[in-house]
Design a protein around this ligand. Structure first.
Ligand code: AMP
Length: 543
């Protein structure tokens, strides 16, 4: 027997209209190229999204066509999010920090028809343009007065595109499984792969994100996503904020600028921020240098890479801010696990709670998790056994765009293999020990590079660290610690290695230490282990 409930599709346009109606006057503050502190609100953003939807229809686009964005976090990018998806097209957010050949590959593979770009990226687009096969026109995210000179054909400003359009628009009644957005994985090996979200997956994920133990958003909150809108939909924030009517603060091109971030936090009374660990290193260094405090922030959600214990402590002890670690992937929209204390664990002492907080998190309802061994047999949740982490759920990809099941990432019984290696403890907390390809294999046993990095990040002289496996004649591989020291700090090899005493098993101890000025980062701010491995492939470890 079927239930008797209405069959209303879960559509992104419904979030826009909800936000405009119930939270219209709630502010959206942006740093843009043409305005260092632009102020608008949900009502205006949605009104301008409707104008843009009229303009997109007029461009002659058809349902499902891809419209690309190359842009930082600001109100125009947010308008694109709602407009492109809401009108039935696919919003393809592109990471501008990728290499030129990756960008060309992605735009051609996605068959993007129009590109909306920040003025800052016009020189980049000019360089790529001869190789772009499907692009028909370019819209620059500014007004005519700020439109830079360009040699590109068919270019216009965003404000002139939407200026004369009506602010009324009948959002189409789409099938909720229609594609809504496209995001390519950064692809450390092989070509980037496209993850194609749909309206249903996006809304279910956004609902989950709002929950108290996940991102925990309410209309009272002021949210600053440092995570870019081109990195897995800024972890769903544009949608979750629209559902709740949270105020948004969008830092534009100033994402990695500790000083700008700090003043945005304090001036706009930000309560929740989100980003990868590297951006928080910049912010913490800035506050340490200037003695400034982050005053109103309640919590920062950090994911995309392991969060060092020292970062959790610095936020807590110096700023009274809770660090909430999350784990996920582009393929998972991205939220899979989030770390909050479960009822019944309050008795843990401070040290044990900190240990727990360094884990990736516990499963979020809507994303099932399991770990398996090489034969695909499920492993116990005892916090000891580690294996390949697999997930399934309504916001996990079932395939990659235009790869037709050839990626080899899905199991016959319908799970997605994440490429991460993890343990899961009896309470359901997941600890990521490594990416499968970063695990250090020493004498048939595995050493977790992430754990070695986390420990050394606690040393006061260390600003950033990476541990990689380098070839070893007897043990196959042994760990090498690559360190960036903090400004004006000093420490020698022996001192750093001594710091591991009692903190990891003796046989995990790195065989050597190299000091570098900086570590290579991926386009989303993670340490590029692959590049480090290549760089140190011929490194001779001491006997
Ligand atoms: P991306 O698709 O670019 O967001 O990258 C996803 C990958 O980032 C995951 O498969 C993990 O390897 C890594 N990652 C994300 N969150 C965490 C975390 N909390 N701890 C360790 N690794 C993480």
């Amino acid at each position: 027997m079927k239930g008797l409930m209405m069959d209303r599709p879960l559509l992104i346009s419904s979030i826009a209209e909800h936000a405009a109606r119930f939270h219209g006057s709630r502010e959206i503050v942006s740093v843009t190229v043409d305005d260092p502190r632009h102020r608008t609100n949900w009502r205006n953003v949605v009104s301008r999204s409707r104008k843009l939807a009229n303009a997109l229809d007029r461009l002659g686009l058809e349902r499902g066509d891809r419209v690309a964005t190359l842009a930082w976090n600001d109100h125009r990018h947010l308008e694109l999010y709602y407009s492109v998806s809401g009108a039935g097209y696919v919003c393809h957010t592109i990471n501008p920090r990728l290499f030129a050949d990756q960008l060309v590959f992605i735009i051609n593979h996605a068959q993007d028809r129009w590109l909306f770009t920040d003025p800052l990226f016009l020189p980049l687009v000019e360089k790529l343009h001869p190789a772009l096969e499907t692009l028909e026109g370019i819209v620059v995210l500014t007004d005519d007065a700020h439109l830079p000179e360009t040699s590109l054909p068919n270019v216009r400003s965003y404000e002139s595109l939407i200026g004369d359009e009506p602010d009324t628009y009948e959002w189409p009644d789409l099938d909720e499984r229609s594609a809504s957005a496209l995001c390519y994985t950064s692809g450390t090996t092989g070509d980037p792969k496209g993850v194609l979200y749909d309206h249903r997956s996006t809304i279910l994920h956004a609902y989950a994100g709002v929950a108290p133990d996940v991102l925990g958003l309410s209309s009272q909150d002021v949210v600053l996503p440092v995570v870019p809108l081109f990195h897995v939909n800024a972890w769903g924030i544009p949608y979750s904020a629209g559902i709740t009517g949270a105020k948004l603060v969008l830092p534009g091109p100033k994402m990695a600028d500790g000083e700008v971030l700090c003043s945005l936090f304090n001036d706009e009374a930000v309560t929740i921020a989100l980003g990868v660990p590297t951006v928080w290193l910049a912010l913490l260094q800035h506050t340490e240098k200037t003695g400034k405090r982050i005053e109103t922030l309640k919590r920062t959600i950090i994911g995309g890479a392991a969060v060092p214990r020292s970062m959790i402590e610095a936020f807590r002890d110096k700023h009274g801010v809770e660090v909430r670690q999350g784990w996920g992937m582009t393929e998972m929209s991205p939220i899979g696990a989030v770390n909050t204390l479960k009822a019944g664990l309050e008795h843990l002492d401070d040290d044990a709670q900190l240990d727990l907080a360094t884990k990736a998190g516990r499963g979020v309802y809507g994303c099932e998790l399991r770990i398996v061994d090489d034969e695909g047999t499920e492993l116990p949740w005892d916090g000891e056994a580690f294996g390949a982490l697999q997930v399934r759920g309504p916001w996990v990809c079932s395939d990659y765009f235009r790869l037709d099941g050839t990626a080899g990432t899905h199991t016959d019984d319908g799970w997605f293999t994440t490429g991460d290696v993890a343990t899961i403890d009896p309470e359901g907390y997941v600890a990521i020990t490594d990416r499968t390809k970063d695990v250090i294999k020493s004498g048939g046993e595995w050493i977790s590079s992430i754990e070695l990095e986390n420990v050394i990040m606690g040393h006061p002289a260390v600003a950033e660290a990476a541990v990689i496996g380098v070839p070893h004649p007897k043990w196959t591989e042994r760990p090498l610690l690559v360190v960036v020291l903090g400004e004006g700090k000093s420490a020698d090899k022996a001192e750093l290695l001594k710091y591991y005493d009692g903190r990891v098993a003796d046989w995990w101890l790195p065989n050597d230490v190299v000091f570098v000025d900086e570590l290579p980062h991926t386009a989303t701010g993670k340490v590029k282990k692959l590049e480090l491995r290549k760089q140190f492939a011929d490194f001779k470890l001491p006997a």
